[in-house]
Design a protein around this ligand. Structure first.
Ligand code: PPS
Ligand code: MG
Ligand code: MG
Ligand code: MG
Length: 401
């Protein structure tokens, strides 16, 4: 074998073995769009890793938009048919999340809270939202590219918002979006959450909650937070995530996508010492029955006052042990809870060691449409004490009949 031939063989072997010797991450990082490629390749080992990655980025980007609305804009509040408020932040965040999902998972169905009908007849409102949407981007260009980049024009934005009109069900892949959960809290400067969940055949597999006004610190004490906060300072903004069977995590909402989440878990409180527990409930008395909830707490020997906060921030807070129990007892027998108000939070709490059921003890059924028509109310607690909490719920409700 000639020298040249030997030299060529050594060179070819060196090229082939380089990635093995120095690790695929190093090799891939030398290619264009490196962070995107490494992220996709390296995280593909666990189930739903790509869905989680995109969902986290989409929620981060939408949260940037909602914070901009809070700080920079008149909120553009309009009343929906049911008299609940919706703001330019709700529409804009929904458009951005759906754009990211359509780019990455074009065949998936989407159930989202808002619709574009009002924007189609109000040019001013449409243009204000379009202005926000087209100018809201993630700082990191590779992450922005992973979400598919900019939406083409205002009309495409309206069509994207209306892509969230799936009827839901228990077949196939369906995303549930609440672009701003706790809109009233958002308007008050209190708690709100940007919520995204993926259901497959009716079962929630991935859940992500962006909570811009919760403390980053998982150990921060839970305080009733009914407004005037909206500080958005250094210590606020947390992203909760969970994948079925893989646990739940939290990380700063402003963190880069390469930052690993911290594992979170519910406090383990023995069912015979619930007196120390902290329970959370809605701020709005029209959304859950404060009186019944107070009676249940009393029955359980809970002495601390309830912590009232808006939105699925309640699920995130109990999942990281800042609180323990979330009670949402129906005010009106006819109200059907919406799947986007619970999908992400339900999974995050269960993956953190909790149990979530309705007042009858049934798991929430996300597979029958846009609402939880098979369920009434919500009872979320650490798995070991859920039965005791549920018994107290039923005693109080039965005594009323
Ligand atoms: N009557 C009734 N009963 C129960 N729930 C209702 C009711 N009406 C509205 N909603 C939904 O409540 C969502 C707000 O969540 P919370 O109740 O947890 O927060 S709040 O304290 O009331 O703001 C809120 O979500 P957003 O609209 O996304 O803010 C509503 O979907
Ligand atoms: Mg709403
Ligand atoms: Mg909601
Ligand atoms: Mg909402």
């Amino acid at each position: 074998m000639s020298h040249t031939c030997r030299y060529l063989i050594v060179l070819i072997l060196a090229i082939l073995l380089f990635p093995v010797a120095f690790g695929p991450r190093l090799f891939l990082s030398s290619l264009p769009f490196a962070s995107l490629i490494t992220r996709r390749t390296m995280s593909s080992s666990s189930a739903y890793s790509q869905e989680l990655y995109i969902a986290q980025l989409a929620v981060q980007r939408a949260s940037i938009l909602t914070k901009r609305v809070f700080h920079e804009k008149a909120k553009g509040t309009v009343d929906k048919n049911d008299k609940s408020p919706v703001t330019i932040g709700d529409f804009g965040a929904q458009a951005l999340i759906i754009a990211a999902l359509r780019h990455n998972f074009p065949d998936d169905a989407i159930v989202a809270e808002e619709e574009a009908a009002q924007l189609r007849t109000d040019e001013n409102l449409k243009n204000t939202i379009w202005d926000l949407v087209r100018s809201t981007k993630l700082d990191d260009a590779a992450s922005e590219q992973a979400l598919g980049g900019a939406i083409r024009d205002a009309d495409e934005m309206l069509d994207l918002i209306d892509r969230g009109n799936s009827t839901g069900g228990n077949k196939g892949r369906i995303w549930a979006i609440d672009p701003i959960d706790g809109t009233k809290g958002f308007l008050r400067g209190g708690q709100y959450a940007v919520c995204l969940g993926l259901m497959v055949d009716g079962d929630v597999k991935v859940g992500v909650l962006g909570c811009p006004n919760l403390p980053v610190d998982d150990k921060a004490p839970l305080t009733a937070d009914i407004g005037s906060n909206g500080t958005d300072d250094e210590g606020h903004g947390v992203l909760f995530s969970a994948v079925l069977g893989q646990g739940a995590t939290s990380r700063p909402l402003a963190a880069s996508s390469s930052e690993e989440g911290r594992a979170i878990s519910m406090r383990s409180i023995p069912s015979d010492s619930l007196a120390d527990a902290t329970f959370c409930e809605s701020v709005e008395a029209g959304h859950s029955a404060h009186g019944d909830q107070a009676s249940i707490a009393q029955k359980l020997g809970i002495t601390k006052p309830s912590v009232r906060m808006d939105s699925q921030a309640k699920y995130g807070s109990i999942a990281r042990g800042a609180g323990d129990i979330y009670l949402r007892l129906p005010v009106k027998a006819t109200y059907q809870e919406k799947i986007w108000d619970h999908a992400a939070g339900d999974l995050i709490v269960r993956e953190a060691g909790g149990q979530v059921t309705d007042i009858h003890g049934n798991r929430l059924d996300f597979g029958i449409g846009r609402t939880l028509a098979n369920n009434k109310g919500v009872v979320a607690a650490p798995a070991a004490s859920h039965a005791k909490v549920l018994a107290a719920v039923q005693e109080v409700l039965n005594a009323k009949q």
